[in-house]
Design a protein around this ligand. Sequence first.
Ligand SMILES: [Zn+2]
Length: 165
Amino acid sequence: MPIPLSLHLFIHFILAVLAGLSVGHYFNKAKLGVIAGVVGGFLIDLDHVLEYFFTFGLHFNLPYFLTGRGFLISNKIFLVFHAWEYIPILLIAAWLLRRRKNISIFLLALTFGAMVHMTSDCFLNNYPPRNYSIIYRAAKGFNASLLLSPSQQELNTELKRGLNL
Ligand SMILES: [Zn+2]
């Protein structure tokens, strides 16, 4: 049984602050770390908003949005910000920019926040880690039916019925 969205987001927010704080504290830049941690570990979920508009266009419907299940209609899971592939790219960028201290620390805290976010998503959503690989999702044509487990699909079919979709 999935946990309520508000609790899911609250967990993400707390973990994002802690992830950012730990990196920031290490470099004596706590505030910068927390901001970057929240961007990487919480605002990463803004791709759900993009996905929503992709599916429903500009007809905003709050209940549909809050169910977070635009893919019930589109049957597609893009989630462009959720990808392990960005981690090494961001780490290399942080290293290349190591002389620009603040940018480098920002990138490190953002990266750590994103890693913590996707790891906790695996547990909270009960998805295998490979679902958070954008290459894997692309290989499956971003097709929700190929990415979700049969029991998750069953749950979604029930939700769909409940929402009269
Ligand atoms: Zn997420």
